[in-house]
Design a protein around this ligand. Structure first.
Ligand code: SF4
Ligand code: SF4
Length: 128
């Protein structure tokens, strides 16, 4: 939503800042239909803004897995192909502190969402 300042000019909405959590309580989920992992930022080096922004090394840009590719619609598969079939993946699931820096750094809105993590056995990690 766009706010109007006292001077009458439009201000971009600020992202909602979540209180940082203990590592592993939340985990980023990547929208496979919209992640543009191989196309922007320092993509030639395999880095994207979300990867560079994360202080805990949670994210990495990698080739789409065959399973993830199969799950995409035709349009999303075409989009992924344009982006060299590379997207962001979570490589250290238990290290995310929900600091939101990756969300703020990603140039594509709403691609990264933080979800409460479910651990093996169906339970959830303890609340921070
Ligand atoms: S999550 Fe955002 S910043 Fe990260 S690779 Fe995907 S589009 Fe790029
Ligand atoms: S929320 Fe913070 S710790 Fe978690 S993946 Fe994003 S930048 Fe890394």
């Amino acid at each position: 939503m766009t706010k109007v300042s006292v001077s009458g000019t439009a201000e971009p909405a600020k992202p909602r800042i979540r209180k940082e959590q203990k590592p592993g309580v939340f985990v980023p989920k990547i929208d496979r239909d919209h992640c543009e992992g191989g196309f922007h930022g320092d993509c030639a080096k395999g880095e994207c803004p979300c990867v560079s922004a994360c202080p805990r090394g949670v994210l990495q840009v990698r080739p789409l897995t065959a399973e993830d590719k199969r799950a995409l619609s035709f349009g999303s598969r075409f989009r992924a192909w344009i982006h060299r079939n590379r997207q962001a993946y979570v490589v250290k699931e238990d290290s995310c502190t929900a600091c939101t820096l990756c969300i703020q750094a990603c140039p594509v809105p709403h691609v990264i969402k933080l979800k409460r993590r479910v651990v093996a056995g169906g339970g959830e990690p303890p609340r921070a």
